[in-house]
Ligand binder design. Structure first.
Ligand code: FES
Length: 199
């Protein structure tokens, strides 16, 4: 489905049940190499499958109804909110799709979710419970960060109490290749095991 602004959303039937914050490795082009698997962030997951959203030009060339894709996972740590009904702030400089599963989880716990966007996005495609603001992110973050229990950031922005999405390569997803070491507040961690949302 074309949801606007060149973005494509697709729903997949799949027995893997990813949880909020986790990722999958998807083979988006013919290759046997693990390196050629793309990190994808499922959302709207249920017992039948999940959805993925692709930025302009990022969708697999073979994407079409009834085409099968090879995925591995789910990898990474499930997001744990710090409150029972979490007031959750999501920040996305370009692409909010990796955070949509976190929005699903916060809303499932009857939390509040505010999404701050640095660029225009097809807001009509989002769940109506989300409050969305688009604008200059440093200013929006300054206005909102004090009320949030948890903050999740995708993009080149530093938010002191935020969980930041690790966006470099994660070739294996299992802790085997050691390619994803990153500095966190708790020291060096593997993004594929202790992330990909890193505080
Ligand atoms: S992706 Fe291989 S160790 Fe993290």
């Amino acid at each position: 489905m074309d949801i606007g602004f060149g973005r494509v959303r697709a729903t997949f039937a799949c027995p893997i049940l990813p949880r909020a914050g986790q990722f999958l490795l998807m083979q988006t082009a013919p290759s046997d190499a693990l390196l050629h698997r793309t990190v994808v962030y499922p959302f709207a997951a249920d017992e039948k499958g999940f959805s993925l959203e692709f930025s302009p030009g990022q969708q697999p060339a073979a994407l079409a109804p009834s085409i099968a894709f090879d995925v591995l996972g789910a990898f990474g740590k499930t997001v744990q909110f710090s409150a029972r009904q979490p007031r959750t702030l999501l920040v996305a400089a370009h692409d909010p799709a990796p955070a949509l599963a976190i929005a699903d989880a916060a809303l499932a716990q009857r939390g509040e979710v505010v999404l701050l966007l640095g660029q225009p996005y097809p807001i009509h495609s989002l769940r109506p419970e989300l409050e969305v603001q688009v604008g200059h992110l440093p200013k929006l973050i300054a206005q909102h960060q004090s009320w949030a229990d948890d903050i999740f950031v995708h993009g080149d922005l530093k938010v002191s109490q935020g969980h930041h999405l690790y966006t470099n390569l994660m070739p294996c997803g299992t802790g085997a290749c050691q390619a994803c070491y990153v500095r966190s507040k708790a020291g060096m961690v593997m993004a594929c095991k202790q992330g990909p949302w890193i505080k």
